[in-house]
Design a protein around this ligand. Structure first.
Ligand code: AMP
Ligand code: GLY
Length: 429
């Protein structure tokens, strides 16, 4: 089969790597890909924003299955375009992707189905939003309704910052149209956990749990990033929580979508806060997490391709997934300055030494080949994943690999997978 993976980050490299291991795959395209995907397949120089060109490429090259990585393409309706052309594609339709692209839609669905989540209100007028803030205890959380490159969630410690955040989002349109409407909600205390489910409309199969590290610096401080590392399984997850999660979150959300006549086929990733009263939903994502995917897929023993196919064909309920019981730790190497201003074009060395280590897998994100040199080309550059018989062993091995890789101004967190027991209240300080 010919596969096209759409996107160019670490998640897409991990997806392409895992799919390439399938005996069913004989050709792998990545658009636009990165230096890592170029080693396992053929990069196609099409921007992810050029949906028409992606459709054309898949049609002209008789691609058998396209797999979409990024959320904004799903929200823009890339799957609907592929399907209209009779092309097979993994991911939810535009209508189904609203579960991520509209926080108000997701909140309303949760309310209707009684899914545990933060108490919230949705607003179109800033004065209504401000009045609602007075009814909650600070800190409170203010979220732009639409997609805002992961920056649309602000935690306001007091009334003054709530007022300025609401004004910036709703009146000054700091996030454009995405902030025209906002959700204001209660701040939940606890630890976060990422669950991934292959959903075929009616049935689903859960992948192994994971936790990511969103803040730039050790100790969960500094600005939010796209993710500085992840580990799997999550240390705050157990089988009892999983049963409750399935009963109170997974089944009701699928039921609620079907009641809205929405068939969600693809990857549904609820982001959870594990509170004293159990798991509550922070958000629903409609695609694989980044960097969770880089920690989860190296643990998957089963072939991913038939699982994606079963999801599309509405028979995922018959599938079982085999896992490597060993934990995985994935450390992201970023360009100094990320998520703010950073330089690119720095020569990367030491990868050959690092990959020689047993049970180490290196996924590229912002990398490219320039005049025969591997150089940095983005904020997040690499994700270095290692398996180990214990989480400590996996950590030690991942950091051993990291220590062999060099580029100027390389920045990474030293505490990936060391967060056991840390709750999110510390992040505010
Ligand atoms: P979201 O995009 O909704 O997942 O929000 C991004 C991040 O903001 C989450 O991963 C949490 O760290 C934080 N967050 C979102 N909602 C809440 C909440 N109600 N209480 C505490 N933290 C939150
Ligand atoms: N790991 C966070 C995300 O993919 O949204």
């Amino acid at each position: 089969m010919k596969i096209l993976v759409i996107g160019g980050g670490g998640r897409e490299h991990a997806l392409a790597w895992k799919l390439k291991l399938s005996p069913g795959v004989d050709r792998m395209f990545c658009a636009p890909g990165n230096a890592g995907t170029a080693e396992i397949g053929e990069n196609v120089a099409i921007s992810v924003n050029d949906l028409a060109a992606l459709v054309r490429f898949a049609r002209e090259n008789r691609v058998d299955l396209s797999v979409v990585g990024p959320d904004d393409l799903l929200a823009a309706g890339i799957v609907d375009l592929f399907v209209a052309e009779g092309l097979r594609v993994f991911g939810p339709t535009k209508a189904a992707a609203r579960i991520e692209s509209s926080k108000i839609f997701a909140k309303e669905l949760m309310r209707q189905q009684g899914i545990p989540t933060a108490q919230a209100g949705a607003f179109e007028r800033s004065d209504d939003a401000l009045r609602f803030c007075d009814r909650l205890q600070f800190p409170i959380v203010i979220k732009a309704d639409g997609l805002a490159l992961g920056k649309g969630v602000i935690i306001a410690p007091d009334a003054a910052s709530a007022r300025s955040t609401i004004d910036e989002m709703m009146n000054q349109r700091r996030f454009g149209e995405a902030g025209r409407r906002v959700v204001v909600e209660e701040f939940l205390r606890g630890t976060e956990c990422s669950l991934h489910a292959l959903v075929d409309g009616r049935n689903y199969r859960l992948l192994e749990s994971a936790r990511d590290h969103k803040r730039a610096f050790d100790g969960d401080v500094g600005p939010n990033t796209g993710g500085m590392g992840a580990f799997s399984p999550a240390d705050n997850w157990n089988s009892k929580q999983q049963l409750q999660f399935e009963e109170k979150i997974m089944r009701p959300v699928l039921h609620g979508l079907l009641a809205e006549r929405i068939t969600f086929r693809g990857l549904l990733y609820p982001g959870l806060m594990i509170t004293e009263d159990g798991a509550r939903v922070l958000e629903f994502n409609c695609r694989f997490g980044d960097p969770e995917t880089q920690a989860i897929l190296p643990r998957m023993k089963s072939d991913l391709l038939p699982l994606l196919e079963a999801t599309i064909d509405e028979r995922v309920g018959n599938c079982s997934i085999e896992w490597d019981h060993r934990p995985a730790v994935s450390v992201v190497l970023a360009s100094g300055g990320y998520p703010n201003k950073y330089e690119t074009g720095k020569i990367i060395s030491g990868l050959d030494e690092a990959v020689k280590l047993e049970d180490v897998q290196i996924f590229h994100a912002g990398t490219s080949w320039v005049r025969g040199e591997l150089v940095t080309a983005g904020g997040r550059v690499l994700a270095v994943t290692a398996l180990g018989s214990t989480i400590e062993g996996a950590r030690a091995r991942a950091y051993d690999a990291v220590s062999r890789i060099h580029f100027e101004n390389c920045h990474y967190r030293r505490d990936v997978a060391l967060t056991a027991g840390t709750d999110n209240i510390g992040k505010l300080l």
